[in-house]
Design a binder for this molecule. Structure first.
Ligand code: TGC
Ligand code: FAD
Length: 389
């Protein structure tokens, strides 16, 4: 099969800088050489490929849009997006690992943390020496995190945390958890070392999606942490929601990588598979499917590209991110489902990446705000009327 080229129907490459293209191609090669050879095996076994952790750090992929003085790559947001695109071409679980580490653990420390917290944690997280997770969702509060029950209580020089989080990416393998809890009724962020007494992070099993990613519960039973572990800035739900904006931005790009992987597989297959003495690519109905995939991916690329430039120019609103996350993940999921169809029975085999991407995307469609929650966020923005309460 031809080496991955991606899709560039609208000549977007002409608009990327040399540095952006260099970063993209570096991660593309990394995925080709380090992720793809083993990913199906990890998916089958339900394990995360841990040897990728230092390798991704070496390439500067964690918190890549954060400043150099904290050990980060200081790239612009378009280059950051291209990193997410290429990682998710490999597997959504690999992109998830990097997304959580950068956008949901390093970003809140950078944005809401004290200078001491930044100095202590960001270099370790950038180098992969420390791994983090982000605990917002609870068993009874998913789309509505504002209802969370996890509580922090002040006690002398400490805060004592009690509660439970669920569906937490990287939880079991983390050194620190960014835990969102209510202190006197107000949502606050806390840096919780996972070896603190009373803290446990059992891995959740039985997933048919994101099998090559660790997903965990976080259980906190009288977890006592020093007072200096609170994130001093960013009170209220806007704290965690601000982190979600960063991660959703990455997903808007990442989903395109997944879509390009399944589209390319379907295109190559359709050109080679002979039925009725012709390649199936010669049939109009099959061409219709391929054209829809290529068109939707191209539209998604334009959305992500302009979102990135807006972000770099400080013009991005979080509702714009909702539109790109919502649209591009749906495009990727539809592309994977149709690619599966084009491959016929072969579409259900792990010999091709299609069914794995399709199953992964069911999670991506739901996490970081479900597809419908993003529709409601945009609906509220354009009408001025909130429909989710
Ligand atoms: P609401 O009153 O609308 O907002 C509260 C405050 O937050 C502000 N805000 C945002 N700020 C930054 N970015 C955003 N995206 C923001 N959305 C809202 C808002 O302006 C307000 O500020 P202020 O100053 O007025 O206080 O809050 P609400 O309770 O009505 O909820 C709104 C809703 C439903 C949209 C929100 O709760 C939501 O987005 N729910 C979805 C939950 C979600 O996305 N969870 C994701 C968990 S993490 C995850 O899935 C990681 S997967 C990682 C991986 O593996 O890749
Ligand atoms: P619910 O909120 O119960 O929603 C169920 C259905 O109801 C959805 O279709 C939803 O759209 C719909 N719905 C809900 N409210 C409304 C409404 N007002 N109007 C119309 N429809 C509505 N969370 C973290 O904090 N950290 C993580 O690292 C993390 N990683 C994850 C990894 C995986 C693999 C998965 C699957 C999830 C992860 N999550 C994480 C949790 C994720 O963010 C939540 O699953 C998501 O926010 C949705 O919450 P829920 O599953 O409880 O669904």
């Amino acid at each position: 099969m031809a080496k991955f080229q991606g899709i560039d129907y609208y000549k977007l490459d002409d608009h990327f800088s040399e540095e952006e293209l260099m970063v993209r191609d570096m991660v593309r090669n990394f995925v080709e050489n380090e992720v793809l050879p083993d990913i199906e095996e990890h998916h089958k076994e339900g394990t995360f490929q841990k040897d990728l952790i230092p390798k991704m750090a070496e390439l500067g992929l964690y918190g890549a849009n954060l400043p150099e003085k904290y050990g980060c790559a200081n790239l612009n947001n378009v280059a950051y997006g291209l990193i997410m695109q290429e990682l998710e071409r490999g597997d959504s679980g690999v992109r998830s690992f990097a997304s959580v580490q950068g956008a949901l653990v390093m970003y809140p420390i950078y944005e809401y943390g004290s200078e001491e917290q930044r100095q202590e944690w960001l270099p370790k997280l950038a180098s992969g020496e420390a791994i983090g997770c982000f605990g917002l969702t609870e068993p009874d509060f998913g789309s509505n995190p504002g209802g969370m029950k996890t509580k922090a209580v002040e006690d002398g020089d400490s805060y004592v945390l009690n509660g439970a989080k669920m569906w937490i990416t990287n939880g079991t393998i983390s050194d620190i958890a960014i835990v969102w809890a209510k202190l006197d009724g107000v949502v606050r962020g806390f840096i919780v070392p996972t070896d603190t007494d009373g803290f446990s992070a059992p891995e959740m099993k039985g997933k048919f999606s994101l099998r090559a990613s660790v997903t965990s519960e976080l259980v906190m039973d009288d977890v006592r942490i020093p007072k200096e572990n609170i994130l001093p800035n960013g009170e209220g739900l806007r704290g965690p929601l601000g982190c979600l904006t960063q991660a959703r931005y990455g997903i808007a790009w990442g989903a395109l990588g997944s879509a390009m992987a399944t589209y390319e597989t379907a295109l190559n297959y359709a050109k080679e598979r002979i039925q009725f003495d012709k390649p199936i690519a010669s049939f109009q109905l099959v061409q219709d499917k391929l054209v829809t995939m290529a068109t939707e991916i191209t539209k998604g690329q334009l959305l992500a590209y302009h979102l990135g430039r807006n972000k770099d120019e400080g013009k991005m609103r979080h509702q714009m991110v909702s539109m790109a996350k919502m649209n591009n993940v749906k495009v990727a999921l539809d592309t994977a489902r149709v690619a599966r169809e084009v491959l016929g029975a072969n579409g259900i085999l792990d010999e091709y990446p299609v069914i794995r991407h399709m199953m992964n995307l069911e999670s991506v469609y739901t996490y970081e705000g479900t597809h419908d929650i993003h529709r409601l966020i945009i609906g509220a923005d354009i009408t001025g009327i909130e429909a989710f309460k």
